[in-house]
Design a protein around this ligand. Structure first.
Ligand code: ADP
Length: 551
C-alpha cells in the first residue's frame, strides 16, 4: 500500500530489467495502462542514456532530469503530444550478499515547477530591462528618481547599478535645500506623512549643486507610496533640473522688459523731438511770412532776429541729436592728437568772451601753466568746454564765470564755475538725462550734457558737477591721458590775472572780399544762401565731391 500512497511515480523492475509493477501516480504520469506497461524493458527505454544504463548494470544508482519525450513510441500512451519535465532516480536493489535483485525507479513531475521558475526568470529579466529603460529615460530627461522611506528617514536615489538605490540621510538632503525653500519641503513631508495626502504634486526647490557650488532650480513631481493596508510608507520624487529653463525664462522676461522700455523711450524721444523741432520751425515759418508782408524796417529787423535765433536752435538741436545717436550707436569718433591745451583755452576764452552780452557777468580764465600739451581729441574738448560755458552764461544773471583746467600726471581736469542760479538737490539726478531742461524758459535742447555724458561713458572718462541753489555750479570733466605741463611762477601768475589783451582780428577780416571761392554744394537753396552771403566774391559751384576736386 505504501507505494500507492506516495505522491511520486514508482516503478519496480526485476533483476533482468522487466517492469513488474507501477503505482497509480506513475500510470498517470506516463499515460499508460498496467497491461501496456507490463514487461517493458528498462534497458530499452530510450529516455535513459547508454551511460546510465551501463552504471545500472554495474549496480550503481543513477539520477537525472529529463525533458521527457512521449513521442518516441517506446510504449502506448495517451500523452503523445505532451511535454513534461521529470526528475528520475533509479536505485538498485541487492540482497544481503550483494546480489542484484531488481530496480526501483521513482519519478517526480517538475513541469509546473519548471514553468514557474522560467516565469520568475522572465519577470526578473523584464524588471532588469525596465530598470535599464527607466535609467535611460531619466538620463535623457535630466531626471533623478528618489524614494523617501518615512520610517528610516532615508532617501534612496534610483541607481541602476545599486540594488535598492543609493542611500542618503534626511539631514544630508535637507542641508542642501535653499534656506528660503526649507519650509516648503518640510510642509510637503508633513502633509503627506500626517494627513496622508498631497495637495499639489509639483514643487520647485533650489538645491545646492556641490560640484558647481551653486543652487539649481529643481522641479519635483511626487506621489505617496502606501503598503497593503493603505499606510503611507514613503514618497516617490522625480527631480528635474530646470535651471536653464528658469534662466531662459528670466532672460526672456528681461529682454521683453527691455524691449518695452526701449519702445517707451523711443515714443517719448519721438514725442519730445517732434515738439522740440516744431517749436523753432513754427517760429521760422511764421516770421518768414510776416517779414514778407512787413514794410516797417524796425519790425523787419526784429523778425529777422527771431528767425535767426530759431534757426540756430533748430540747427543745434539737429546737430545734437545726430551727435548723440552717433555716440550711442558706437560710432563715436575720437581722434586723439597732441593738443596745446594752454593755447586752445586762451582761444576759447577769447571767443566765449564775445558771447557774453550781459555786462553784469565777467568771464575769467584760470590757467596756471606756461605749457600744457595733452593727448586729446580737439573737437570733443571744444564741444564739452563750450557746452559748460554756454550753460554757465545762460544760467548766470550776474557775477563771474571761471573757466580753467588742472593737470596731474596722466590726467587733466577742466572745469567751468559760475555764480549763477544753481541746481536744486531734487533735480540733480536728472541733469544728464536727455531733453532734461530744468528751466523751460531758457533756450536750449536739453541734450548738451547728455552728449557730454555719452562721450565720457564711451571713452571711460569722468564728468560731474557740484551745485547749490542761488550760489552757483561747477561742472568738470576728467580725461586720462598723456600730458606734459609746466606750472607758472608767481610773477607769471600775477601777470595772468590782469586782463588779457584781446586779439586783434581785423587783419583777418580785411581781405575776404573779391576772392575766388569754390563752393561745393548740391542743395540749390543753400547755394543761394551762400551766394548772398559771399556776394562780394567770385563763386564757382561744384555739385558733387568729384566735381569739387576736379575744379
Ligand atoms: P540745455 O541745452 O538745455 O542747456 P543741457 O543738457 O546742457 O541742456 O543742460 C540740462 C539742464 O541742466 C539745463 O536745462 C539746466 O536746467 C541745467 N544746467 C546746466 N548747466 C547749468 C548751470 N551752469 N547752472 C544751472 N543749471 C544748469
Amino acid at each position: 500500500l505504501i507505494p500507492e500512497y506516495l505522491p511520486l511515480g514508482l516503478i519496480y523492475y526485476d533483476k533482468d530489467g522487466y517492469l513488474k509493477y507501477l503505482n497509480h501516480v506513475a500510470l498517470k504520469m506516463f499515460g499508460v495502462t498496467v497491461e501496456d506497461a507490463y514487461n517493458l524493458k528498462l534497458f530499452e527505454d530510450p529516455n535513459i542514456t547508454a551511460e546510465d544504463k551501463e552504471k545500472l548494470r554495474n549496480g550503481q544508482n543513477v539520477s537525472f532530469e529529463t525533458d521527457y519525450d512521449f513521442g518516441v513510441g517506446f510504449y502506448n500512451t495517451i500523452l503523445k503530444e505532451e511535454r513534461k519535465y521529470f526528475v528520475t532516480k533509479i536505485a538498485v536493489i541487492k540482497d544481503t550478499d550483494d546480489n542484484l535483485q531488481g530496480y526501483i525507479l521513482n519519478c517526480e513531475d517538475i513541469t509546473e515547477k519548471k514553468a514557474q521558475e522560467s516565469e520568475i526568470i522572465k519577470s526578473y529579466k523584464k524588471i532588469k530591462s525596465t530598470q535599464k529603460e527607466l535609467s535611460l529615460a531619466l538620463n535623457a530627461g535630466n531626471l533623478t528618481a528618489w524614494n523617501y522611506n518615512i520610517k528610516e528617514e532615508t532617501f534612496y536615489k534610483f541607481c541602476e547599478q545599486i540594488e535598492g538605490g543609493e542611500k542618503h540621510s534626511f539631514e544630508s538632503i535637507y542641508k542642501r535645500i535653499h534656506p528660503d525653500d526649507k519650509n516648503l519641503f518640510l510642509a510637503l513631508l508633513n502633509s503627506s506623512i500626517q494627513e496622508r495626502k498631497i495637495s499639489d504634486n509639483n514643487l520647485v526647490l533650489r538645491i545646492l549643486d556641490i560640484n558647481r557650488k551653486e543652487y539649481r532650480h529643481c522641479n519635483f513631481i511626487y506621489n505617496i507610496k502606501e503598503d497593503e493596508e493603505g499606510n503611507t510608507i514613503g514618497i516617490t520624487f522625480i527631480q528635474q533640473d530646470i535651471t536653464e529653463d528658469v534662466k531662459y525664462q528670466q532672460n526672456l522676461i528681461s529682454a521683453k522688459n527691455k524691449a518695452e522700455e526701449a519702445d517707451k523711450l523711443k515714443s517719448t524721444f519721438l514725442a519730445t523731438m517732434s515738439h522740440e523741432i516744431r517749436t523753432p520751425l513754427n517760429a521760422i515759418v511764421g516770421f518768414s511770412q510776416l517779414i514778407a508782408d512787413t514794410v516797417n524796417t524796425e519790425e523787419k529787423n526784429e523778425y529777422k532776429q527771431l528767425i535767426e535765433t530759431n534757426s540756430e536752435i533748430l540747427l543745434k538741436l539737429i546737430g545734437d541729436i545726430l551727435d548723440l545717436s552717433k555716440i550711442e550707436a558706437g560710432f563715436i569718433e575720437i581722434n586723439r592728437q597732441e593738443l596745446d591745451v594752454a593755447l586752445l583755452c586762451q582761444e576759447l576764452y577769447q571767443s566765449f568772451k564775445q558771447r557774453i552780452k550781459n555786462t553784469n557777468v565777467a568771464l575769467r580764465l584760470v590757467a596756471p601753466y606756461t605749457k600744457c600739451v595733452a593727448n586729446l581729441d580737439r573737437n570733443r574738448f571744444i564741444q564739452i568746454f563750450t557746452n559748460f560755458v554756454t550753460n554757465a552764461i545762460k544760467y548766470t544773471p550776474q557775477g563771474e564765470i571761471v573757466m580753467g583746467y588742472e593737470c596731474k600726471p596722466g590726467q587733466i581736469k577742466f572745469y567751468v564755475k559760475d555764480t549763477g542760479i544753481g541746481i536744486a538737490d531734487e533735480k540733480k539726478d536728472r541733469i544728464f538725462s536727455r531733453f532734461e531742461k530744468l528751466d523751460n524758459f531758457a533756450q536750449g535742447t536739453g541734450l548738451g550734457l547728455s552728449i557730454c555724458k555719452a562721450i565720457a561713458d564711451a571713452t571711460n572718462e569722468e564728468i560731474g558737477f557740484e551745485s547749490k541753489v542761488d550760489e552757483g555750479s561747477k561742472f568738470w570733466y576728467i580725461a586720462h591721458t598723456d600730458i606734459e605741463f609746466t606750472e607758472k611762477s608767481q610773477s607769471q601768475e600775477d601777470e595772468n590775472s590782469t586782463e588779457t589783451t584781446e586779439q586783434d582780428l581785423s587783419p583777418l577780416l580785411a581781405n575776404i572780399k573779391e576772392l575766388n571761392i569754390l563752393v561745393a554744394e548740391d542743395n540749390d537753396s543753400n547755394f543761394l544762401l551762400m551766394r548772398n552771403i559771399l556776394k562780394e566774391n567770385y563763386l564757382t559751384r561744384a555739385i558733387t565731391g568729384i566735381d569739387a576736386v576736379q575744379k
